[in-house]
Design a protein around this ligand. Structure first.
Ligand code: NBG
Length: 896
């Protein structure tokens, strides 16, 4: 079993070279001249020779490398190192191997003068790195064995890693899945983001309330990043624009204000089963100079230090996307820092080409804007091209609009970014001028197409004129981009028919759909190793990890009772792991035979966690009223919630309180026993998602139709063999198509009826509008059944008087019906298992490999470039592009 998809394992494992010394696998050879670099006056042949092979991967080599780091990196003695130190030493050892592949990749892309895609995002929710790196490098087994001899279990060390949480939710996690697929599919690419000192806050639950505490994830160092002291760019804020005449042309010079530095920190992102290892480059702000000498000389030492701190403050904290971030100067500074440093880096890389031809820029650079947060990159590139590189306005604009693309992730009007003109004018005066220039050029076109149509001009304009003038970042992004995409079919349709209707009418070909996806490496292979092993065994190899469509072959296995039993066993083991974790983190004992029903995602009114908990109350009341005979037929349930509420989002925080209050009552009601349990799992993040998702049997994705752009956890759940209870919203629509209506529980108002239903809700007496089942639940809450707490009443009030904008009341009856179908099916374990399996093996469309392939073909026009694999013989190693025909053949032979 376990035949590997490529020769890689055999190459790595055949490197039996005793000692921590280099293996006998050779690295590709590149010549300095090929880089257009100055040949060094020194003879570098010795250095090349010393660096021409890889580190060994046999057991002894791995052990030696671990203990090497214990002593020389961590400076611990053999008597004095803990589990955490072992994790650190192990990580450094893995990092060494990552860096080899990373350096080879960078050299190779450079040498091939590859077109690259740059993914700009204010958030990257990458989660833990160790296991992912081991799996992608195919070294998990080797390290597991190596560690056993040293007295450590690999899995225990995984738990020592802090979870880098540099994102809020779906948008940041999507960016992380995309990087994994970009590396795996050998696409030349970079992720650019911010190295926040504090990630998303840690969520604690005290007395049922959410309490936020800072996430200082760097407390114990971060072995996965490489600090690039030599990659720094100056970033300017404030100041003024000076106009100068230069050979009869008026030029703008942005001067004065403050400058700081952005410094690069690279995290290597390895592909699966390939040498290709790309960079996630995160920027951290630093003071421009070590000291403000003027204050220093006047004796104001502390003022000088204060300046330093002010600069560092810019990248200190990730904003937890809520209303409080709107209009915040610091947030705008973060956005500008990211885009300015990244665009300077991209331009520098482009200028290293032998011949400088700006028109070639779009054939070498594609930039993807992850939502509008990095939209200023459009303006920044224009500034660089016009003010610094001295291109004329029109040529610069041509280059920019061929290089950028924009992904929209929401249709909720309150989430569309706008920045006040006065703030931009103060912080980025030159950029405001350029925005006006872009708008002028664009509105001229609008005027040509729709003469004197003020309505059109008004809604298409980048600048909103009503009240305080604002810059509409979505409009800027659309105007400055070649392509605009939504993240699921239904979402893209809504973009075209609602919020971006007028843009779509003007430029129909600009709009595309790219349904989201998730990486099967992290979400199946790492999170659910037993399921992965079952696939390997039945399919005869692990090729499915790279080509999820292979899972189609398993359709016929669904009628094989042994296969179904294997699947059930795996689910049971994952449930056990989960029960254990819940006991530890929530002090609740779950009934392993109950249906594990899970809703994990940010808490938001549109996601309707409220509807879920109101149903739980309804179910509780039903159990209480049932006769002993009826009880026997009740399906036991464990309903688990997880997710953070933005600190300023009062209604969301109240929902958390309600869930906890209900849990308190139900879990302590002896009459209920094991029939119903409710848990709120604190601090939902990537690493606990890896425990939660594989254990789920039912997962809820129940947003009001038309509100959830896509959702991505729905994809992770089905990949792990879980049924969905959901509305026809976001990617659920495509999941429904993929798995078949008989394998999913769909309910609720459909998107085309939502407006009518809202209208009906506003025009109907609440006593008629809300079904009896729900009114009964309201009464229990009002009466203090879950505590005499005003806030619980306010939650009910938030929807009770014609404010039910997310249609909880409208959909409740249908939801109860769907829940009954869930129970009916769960009473037939075999049927349940089969349907779960169909979900898993029909989930292939939702691999982020498929998504990235579509972006590459249809948006970026990007070709994969595979980094040469290690060569077994010195003379066989790949010599970059200078390869002769016979060498190429040789290289091919090694590959096959
Ligand atoms: C979120 C949507 C999700 C979607 C992710 C990733 C934002 C602004 N949007 O539905 O709410 O799955 O983006 O596309 O975070």
């Amino acid at each position: 079993m376990d035949q590997k998809a490529t020769y890689r394992t055999s190459v790595r494992r055949s490197t039996v070279q005793v000692g921590g010394s280099p293996s006998n696998m050779y690295r590709p050879e590149y010549q300095v001249e090929q880089f257009g670099l100055q040949a060094s006056p020194r003879d570098t042949s010795k250095i090349w020779e010393l660096m021409d092979s890889y580190q060994g991967s046999d057991k002894l080599a791995l052990q030696q490398s671990i203990v090497h780091h214990v002593e020389y990196t961590l400076a611990r003695t053999r008597f004095d190192f803990s589990k955490f130190h072992s994790y650190q030493a192990l990580s450094h050892s893995v990092r060494d191997r990552l860096i080899e592949a990373f350096n080879d990749t960078n050299l190779h892309f450079h040498q091939m003068d590859a077109k690259r895609i740059y993914y700009l995002s204010l958030e990257f929710l990458i989660g833990r790195c160790l296991q992912n790196a081991l799996v992608n490098l195919d070294l998990e087994e080797d390290y597991r064995e190596a560690l056993l001899d040293l007295g450590y279990k690999l899995e225990e060390l995984y738990d020592e890693e802090v979870d880098p949480a540099l994102g809020n939710g779906g948008l940041g996690r999507l960016a992380a899945c995309f990087l994994d697929s970009l590396a795996t599919l050998n696409y030349p690419s970079f992720g650019y983001g911010i190295r926040y000192t504090y990630g998303i806050f840690k969520q604690l639950i005290k007395d049922g309330y959410q309490v936020e505490s800072p996430d200082f994830w760097l407390n114990h160092g971060n072995p996965w990043e490489i600090e690039r002291l030599d990659v720094q760019y100056q970033i300017r804020f404030y100041g003024f624009v000076k106009k100068v005449w230069d050979h009869g042309v008026e030029r703008s010079v942005w001067e004065g204000g403050e400058t700081i530095m952005a410094r690069a920190y690279d995290t290597p992102i390895p592909g699966y089963n390939t040498q290709n290892t790309i960079a996630l480059r995160l920027w951290k702000s630093h003071p421009a100079s070590e000291f403000d000498f003027s204050s220093f000389n006047t004796g104001d030492y502390f003022k000088a230090l204060e300046q330093r701190q002010k600069a560092e403050y810019i990248t200190s904290v990730l904003y937890p996307n809520d209303s409080t971030e709107a209009g915040k100067e610091l947030r705008l500074k973060q956005q500008y820092l990211l885009v300015s440093a990244s665009m300077q880096d991209i331009v520098r890389r482009f200028k290293r080409r032998k011949v400088l031809d700006w028109n070639a820029f779009p054939s070498k650079v594609a930039v993807q804007l992850n939502d509008t947060h990095p939209a200023l990159a459009i303006v920044e590139l224009l500034r660089i091209l016009i003010d610094i590189e001295q291109l004329d306005n029109m040529s610069a604009w041509q280059i920019v609009t061929k290089s950028f693309n924009y992904t929209n992730h929401t249709v909720l009007p309150e989430a569309l970014e706008k920045w006040g003109v006065p703030l931009i004018e103060k912080l980025l005066p030159r950029h405001l001028e350029i925005i006006y220039l872009i708008n002028f050029l664009f509105l001229e076109k609008v005027q040509q197409k729709y003469p004197n149509n003020w309505g059109k001009l008004n809604s298409l304009s980048i600048v909103e004129e009503e009240g305080t003038k604002k810059v509409r970042m979505a409009n800027l992004s659309i105007v400055g981009s070649k392509f605009v995409n939504g993240v699921a079919k239904i979402h893209t349709e809504l973009l075209k028919t609602t919020i971006f209707k007028e843009f779509f009418e003007m430029h129909p070909n600009k709009f595309q759909n790219k349904t989201n996806g998730v990486t099967p490496r992290r979400w199946v292979r790492c999170a659910n190793p037993a399921l992965a092993a079952l696939y390997d065994r039945v399919l005869g190899s692990d090729k499915w990890v790279l080509d999820m469509e292979q899972l189609k072959q398993l359709e016929s296995n669904v009628s094989d009772p042994q296969f179904v039993r294997d699947f059930q066993m795996i689910k049971m083991e994952n449930k056990e792991r989960f029960v254990h974790w819940i006991r530890k983190t929530c002090q609740v004992d779950l009934n392993i035979d109950s249906l594990f029903d899970i809703q994990v995602k940010r808490i938001h009114e549109y996601k309707r966690q409220l509807m879920n908990i109101l149903y739980v109350i309804y179910r509780y009341l039903m159990i209480k009223e049932s006769t002993p005979e009826e009880r026997k037929r009740i399906v036991p349930r464990s309903v688990c919630f997880g997710g953070k509420a933005a600190p300023g989002y009062i209604n969301a925080k109240r929902v958390i309180k309600l869930i906890n209050s209900v849990a308190d009552v139900i879990n302590n009601d002896h009459q209920i026993g094991d029939l119903l349990k409710v848990v709120f799992m604190p601090n939902y993040n990537v690493s606990n998602a890896q425990i939660i998702i594989p254990a789920a049997e039912l997962s809820q994705h129940i947003s009001t139709a038309g509100t959830e752009a896509s959702g991505t956890s729905n994809m992770k759940f089905i990949m792990n063999g879980c049924l969905i209870l959901g509305t026809l919203d976001g990617a659920n629509v495509e999941i429904d198509e993929a798995v078949g209506r008989e394998n999913i529980f769909i309910f609720g108002t459909q998107v085309e009826d939502v407006d009518n239903m809202k209208e009906k809700m506003r025009n109907t007496d609440p006593h008629e509008y809300f079904p009896q089942e729900l009114l009964k639940v309201f009464t229990e809450i009002d009466n203090g059944r879950f505590g005499h707490n005003e806030e619980l009443k306010w939650i009910v009030d938030s929807i009770r008087y014609k404010n039910d904008n997310y249609l909880v009341g409208q959909d409740f009856k249908d939801y109860i019906k769907a829940q009954q179908q869930v129970d009916d099916l769960y009473r037939q374990p075999n049927e349940w298992a089969k349907k779960s399996i169909y979900n898993a093996i029909r989930s292939y469309k939702f691999s982020s490999d498929r998504t990235i392939q579509e972006y590459a073909d249809e948006i970026w026009q990007l070709k994969p470039i595979k980094v040469p694999e290690p060569a077994a013989q010195k003379h066989e190693r790949v010599k970059g592009i200078a390869l002769s025909k016979s060498q190429q053949e040789m290289a091919e032979k090694i590959k096959n």
